[in-house]
Structure formats: structure tokens, C-alpha cells
Design a protein around this ligand. Structure first.
Ligand code: DC
Length: 197
């Protein structure tokens, strides 16, 4: 069966947790596409060359979840040659036999517009920054400032900006815990698959 769940949204909205839970629940493969951009960002050198030469070990580095890696990812993600180099791999992953969940910024709009389910997971900026701060520590105001900068970069870039697909289901997690958000996502996927939750 070919079945793609595309999950897009801004940083720290809960996409990753929802994506992992949905993949586990339905036995689908999962790709956190942010890791691809983070790996290119931390590799250094020419980002387009880094993207073309990306190997699986690159996305297993332990330093990819830092704020710095996130900023570096957002910077290289505006480069069309970088996005182009990562496109075919993501498309193949999305349409591989067995079902796939991909989370990112442009999955439902660019990578897999034909996805069977599109979710747009969001939350207000303060709630998202607070969640990120709980993970990374430091100065909460600085985490919020960096996140606002990254949100702007992701939403205003010319290529594949973060936008809500017309046919996406919006899940606003501002006032929801992760279990409630996962339940909502699972219900949408189950309805599409024609299964009872
Ligand atoms: O989801 P994340 O925080 O790991 O993403 C890091 C950066 O990578 C994000 O600021 C923008 C970029 N990105 C992207 O442009 N397209 C994607 N599909 C995923 C991430």
C-alpha cells in the first residue's frame, strides 16, 4: 500500500512527536526531514555540495538537535540547489510501499502534494518557544527571539516556504497536551484509511 502522511508546521509545534506516534500506530516508516537540512547546515563547506553528498550517517550525528544546528538548517534551506538535491530522496521515501510519515515545512505542498493525509501542526509562538526552552535551557527570551527569526526565514523564503496547504487539516496544539494532539492526528489518518481508531 502506498499511503503518505505529510505533516508540516513551524518549529516546536509538536510535529515530530505526532509523526513518530502516527508512524508507530500504523506501522509506517518515518522521516524527520528537518534532520536533512540540519545535517547539511552543520556539515560546512558548500551547502549544495553537502546536500548532494549526504549519506545516512550524516543524519545520525548527535549534534543535530541544537539551536545552532536549527539556525544553520534554516539558512541552508533557502538555497534552491540544496532543496533540489534533497527532493528525490524525500519523494521516494514518501511513496515507498508500506506507508510513510514525513514531517517538515513543505511536505504537503512541494514534496508530496498527492499525500493521502496532510496535517498542519501549529501553536502560538510563546508556547512553542517555552517547549523548546524546556529542552535546551538557557535564556527563554533568547530562545523566543531565535525562534521568531527562524519562523520568519522559513515562511518568507522564495522557495518552498512554510505555507498551509489548502487541503490540510490544522491541529493547533497551543492548549493541548501531546496525547490529545496524537489522538486527533490518529483519528484523521484512521478515517482516511477507513479504520476504526
Ligand atoms: O523541523 P526542524 O526544526 O528540524 O527544521 C530545521 C530547519 O530546516 C527549519 O528551520 C527549516 C528547514 N526545513 C525545511 O526548510 N524544510 C523541511 N521540510 C524541513 C526543515
Amino acid at each position: 500500500m502506498i499511503f503518505t502522511v505529510a505533516i508540516d508546521g513551524p518549529a516546536a509545534a509538536g510535529k515530530g512527536s505526532i509523526a513518530r506516534a502516527v508512524a508507530e500506530r500504523f506501522g509506517f516508516a518515518h522521516l524527520d526531514t528537518g534532520l536533512l537540512y540540519r545535517a547539511v547546515g552543520v556539515k560546512g563547506g558548500d551547502p549544495a555540495v553537502a546536500a548532494q553528498g549526504l549519506v545516512p550517517a550524516d543524519i545520525e550525528r548527535r549534534d543535530l538537535r541544537t539551536l545552532e544546528a536549527g539556525q544553520a538548517a534554516s539558512r541552508v534551506a533557502v538555497i534552491p540547489q540544496v532543496r533540489e538535491a534533497l527532493l528525490a530522496f524525500q519523494r521516494r521515501f514518501a511513496r515507498a510501499e508500506g506507508g510513510a510519515v514525513l514531517d517538515g515545512r513543505d511536505i504537503g505542498t512541494v514534496i508530496c502534494p498527492e499525500a493521502e493525509v496532510k496535517l498542519f501542526v501549529t501553536a502560538n509562538a510563546e508556547v512553542r518557544a517555552h517547549r523548546r526552552w524546556l529542552e535546551v535551557g538557557g535564556d527563554e527570551a533568547e530562545v523566543l527571539a531565535q525562534q521568531i527569526k527562524r519562523d520568519r526565514c522559513d515562511a518568507e523564503r522564495a522557495v518552498a516556504p512554510l505555507v498551509l496547504a489548502a487541503d490540510a487539516v490544522v491541529i493547533d496544539t497551543s492548549a493541548m497536551d501531546i496525547a490529545a494532539a496524537v489522538a486527533e492526528a490518529v483519528a484523521v489518518v484512521a478515517a482516511k484509511l477507513g479504520k476504526q481508531v
